[in-house]
Ligand binder design. Structure first.
Ligand code: ADP
Ligand code: MG
Length: 334
């Protein structure tokens, strides 16, 4: 069975969450939203294209989760509270089965964060999901990329690099992403790629503590480099301090993980800077939201990101950022 455009929109509309600050949601020419007083609107957009941002055989529920997760991660990196989103879908065919499965993953995550879907667009074309996410933050309190100061610590949440291991294993045809893996460690790695956890509570907890923050979509060093550029500072990352993945080790992929952890993207962890004087508060605040956090380096005067080993020797720059178009093996698309 296939449905017309309005049938598809209705299938999505009936699952959209309700919020008191949505004066008018899906169904009119545009939505009407009530901003809370004293807050700034935070807006971000991200598109996922099939075969570029996710393997074509990814289950639709995972696509729905991830498309929203990457947007929520941007709100997290700003310290924003999520509120509303739009969803623009380009679909090769009007399949209700696909839309329902997509909505399962999308609304599972949206409902977790009280995010209301307030509009969108539905068109025919190659599979592509474009989301605009909106949230709010008390005026002047957003976490930005441009506040890092020499002497600040550099911190990271979670274990960046696990999604990169899953992607590498998929490219080497050693991991399928079309369904759960039978091995528990491999399944953990697959989920890091397919269903990343946006660090929203960590973002809020860092308001007033972090001097700069970014979410890791392109790789730890590349994204820390963006903080450095915007803040006009340099960063030094201590290779030996980077978190190790127990799960990659359990899967026998510790070496692969080590080669990827500084450069692989797609984990959507937060990288942030904070003055050394609030070190204890950073640890306490992350513990209060149950988010693992690791101090991995410091900010210096100058420019660029340097990786140094235990003896202080500078390591060669690794591949910068995730490559959408790898030359060999399975690519995520073309
Ligand atoms: P218009 O022609 O004014 O763009 P549409 O027919 O595209 O209106 O959409 C009708 C209503 O359905 C609008 O409120 C729009 O925001 C909403 N909508 C369309 N597609 C989606 C979607 N994929 N998800 C959520 N809302 C959607
Ligand atoms: Mg429209």
């Amino acid at each position: 069975m296939s449905l017309d455009e309005f049938g598809l929109i209705e299938r999505i509309r009936r699952r959209a969450g309700v919020r008191a600050d949505v004066a008018l949601g899906i169904g009119d020419d545009a939505a009407l939203l009530q901003m809370p007083p004293g807050q700034q609107l935070v807006v971000t957009a991200d598109t996922l294209n099939s075969g570029v941002h996710f393997p074509a055989e990814t289950p639709p529920a995972d696509i729905g989760w991830k498309a929203l997760a990457v947007n929520l991660s941007d709100l997290a990196a700003m310290g924003a509270a999520p509120a509303w989103c739009t969803l623009s879908l380009s679909l090769p065919e009007a399949s209700p089965t696909w839309v329902d499965a997509f909505a399962d993953g999308f609304f599972e995550l949206a409902d977790l964060h009280d995010m209301a879907l307030i509009g969108g667009d539905t068109t025919r074309g190659p599979l592509s999901i474009s989301i605009t996410a909106m949230g709010h933050v008390p005026t002047g309190e957003a976490l930005r990329r441009d506040g890092a100061q020499p002497g600040d610590d550099v911190w990271v949440t979670g274990v960046p690099g696990e999604a990169g291991v899953a992607l590498a294993l998929w490219q080497q045809q050693r991991l399928e992403v079309s369904g759960p893996a039978s091995d528990a460690a491999l399944e953990h790695l697959r989920c890091r790629l397919a269903r990343p956890t946006p660090r929203l509570a960590a973002g809020w907890a860092l308001r007033g503590l972090a001097t700069a923050a970014i979410d890791i979509s392109d790789g730890l060093l590349a994204d820390l480099g963006h903080i450095c550029e915007r803040s006009q500072v340099a960063a030094e990352v201590l290779e030996d301090e980077l978190p190790m993945s127990q799960m990659a080790a359990q899967a026998g992929e510790a070496a692969l993980f080590r080669t990827l952890r500084a450069s692989a993207g797609d984990d959507y962890e937060l990288c942030f800077t904070a003055p050394a004087s609030v070190r204890g508060q950073v640890i306490e605040s992350m513990a209060s939201v149950a988010v693992p956090v690791t101090r991995i380096g410091c900010i210096r005067t100058g420019s660029g990101v340097r990786r140094v080993d235990g003896e202080g020797a500078v390591l060669p720059a690794s591949r910068r950022g995730f490559d959408h178009f790898p030359a060999e093996g399975r690519s995520t698309g073309l």
